[in-house]
Ligand binder design. Sequence first.
Ligand SMILES: NC(=O)c1ccc[n+]([C@@H]2O[C@H](COP(=O)([O-])OP(=O)(O)OC[C@H]3O[C@@H](n4cnc5c(N)ncnc54)[C@H](OP(=O)(O)O)[C@@H]3O)[C@@H](O)[C@H]2O)c1
Length: 258
Amino acid sequence: MVSLKNKTVFITGASSGIGKACAEEFAEKRANLILCARRKNLIDELAEKLKEKTKVFTIKLDVRNNNEVQKVVESLPEEWKSIDILINNAGLGRGLNKLYEDNVEGWEEMINTNIKGLLYVTRVIVPGMVNRGKGHVINIGSIAGHEAYPGGGVYCATKHAVNAITKSLRMDVLDKGIRVSTVDPGMVETNFSNVRFYGDEERAKNTYKGLTPLTGKDIAEAVVFCATRPPHANINEIIIMPSVQANTFVTSRKQQNL
Ligand SMILES: NC(=O)c1ccc[n+]([C@@H]2O[C@H](COP(=O)([O-])OP(=O)(O)OC[C@H]3O[C@@H](n4cnc5c(N)ncnc54)[C@H](OP(=O)(O)O)[C@@H]3O)[C@@H](O)[C@H]2O)c1
């Protein structure tokens, strides 16, 4: 197991859910953290909590804005410039409607965040890794990158895109000392469903009714596992599901004591 102590880790979408849990897990390992999200107050609060364990730098960033992404990364203070690990986590789903009835603005948000945002951040951070001859990109994909489900056409398309980008990037940097992994979860109880259903908390809660979903920490631990393999080993992909979810269609909704 490789030490993460004093490694610099750049996490997008660190204000909530999986990204926040990644910040907490990497802080436990004494990695230095660059935390990004649009809700700067939330990452500042998190930084305050984590600063007993490690150094934390926070940035207000909307990954959909390529100019902002470039400016933010290029103007990082010298001591934060050498990013060892990029965790491309920022993302969202919007709605669960039939494609022919769906809301186009939601499509734009998902495509601009999950695909274009991930590309913008990757495009600006990976060249530094190439110059230094080392680095690790860990994308948060989804089971939706391997399957499609009704009402999820565009979300699934964005996560299939993340899967393709991950595979292609891995080939592009194969001779550069850079590893590329993807961690692809099934149901994780975060703010995801609340965002997907535009703040309808009742509907969001029902997503997880009668089953024990994954937690952000479960996913963060898988991300740490990828990051701590010895340099000769790369975890290409981890698909991680709740024990009662076989795929996007089949779940056991009986309450179990897991
Ligand atoms: N929860 C699940 O069941 C599940 C399953 C598979 C995959 N995933 C994936 O896991 C990732 C994290 O989701 P989550 O479940 O942790 O949901 P979450 O609790 O809603 O967190 C989403 C994070 O993404 C950030 N974000 C969204 N749009 C952004 C933008 N334009 N610019 C910068 N940051 C942005 C949010 O921060 P701000 O709003 O503060 O910007 C927030 O920190 C996503 O890529 C999602 O697709 C989730």
